[in-house]
Write a protein that binds this ligand. Sequence first.
Ligand code: NAP
Length: 262
Amino acid sequence: MPPLPTVLITGASSGIGATYAKRFARRGHDLVLVARDKARLEALAARLRAECKVAVDVLPADLTKSDDLSVIESHLRDDARIGILINNAGVPQSKGFLEQTAESIESLIALNTTALTRLAAAVAPRFVRSGTGAIVNIGSVVSFAPEFGMSIYGASKAFVLFLSQGLNVELAPKGVYVQAVLPAATRTEIWKKGGMDVNTLPEVMEVEELVDAALVGFDRRELVTIPPLHVAERWDALDDARQGLMSDLRQAHAAERYQRQT
Ligand SMILES: NC(=O)c1ccc[n+]([C@@H]2O[C@H](COP(=O)([O-])OP(=O)(O)OC[C@H]3O[C@@H](n4cnc5c(N)ncnc54)[C@H](OP(=O)(O)O)[C@@H]3O)[C@@H](O)[C@H]2O)c1
């Protein structure tokens, strides 16, 4: 049997990323853990080496900084043991659109979209050459809900969903699996970082349940995994409606309702 692929996980120092690390270590995969907090990564790595007897490398990096991002890109390009990328690191949006600063907008977009895209782009050519590999992108159900008033965060997660769907079209025929995972409210530190008390929410999923469900979707090679969606047909209907809309576009002329001045 060939060795299990090594899993590189961004945002592995806490929450969903740390839980993915524990789950993949338990399955016997070696790991590469990426986040800014070196001490937390080292502590998790030591625990997983001892408990699961797997090799764990720690790569501290601030993925909003181009130099740090380049180092992680190089690992993804060059380390042929890495066969799964968990593109998980992300930040929330604190406060509404009118309260944002240039810096808060830039850092959210840099992490939630640019870093995620650059890391996928770094690893994809190698995965395509080998005809195997998996890219998991963590989105959010907020990408369906402009009503939530988290416009920049939601837009960044809509980007993640679209990118995943597009990469699936381009890469699946070449043997590469792409999964978008869309959690709803999950009990992690992200809420505190966004200035919100998770305990005020009417319903919250525990992080272990979220990641275990995401891994069921992963093992089934599902393209879009939405653990909190209890009626799976809702997603199918949304996707059907999207494709129906596409089939009613006519490029040569504007629709009749735009051909009269009223
Ligand atoms: N929890 C939820 O309710 C929920 C719902 C939907 C989607 N999500 C998504 O799930 C993903 C994981 O979030 P989480 O809930 O697990 O939150 P979390 O516990 O706050 O984890 C976020 C991770 O990202 C890392 N990170 C933050 N800024 C970084 C940077 N500049 N460079 C590198 N790493 C950075 C953090 O580590 P360091 O601080 O050590 O860098 C941490 O490991 C995010 O993409 C989030 O948008 C979460």
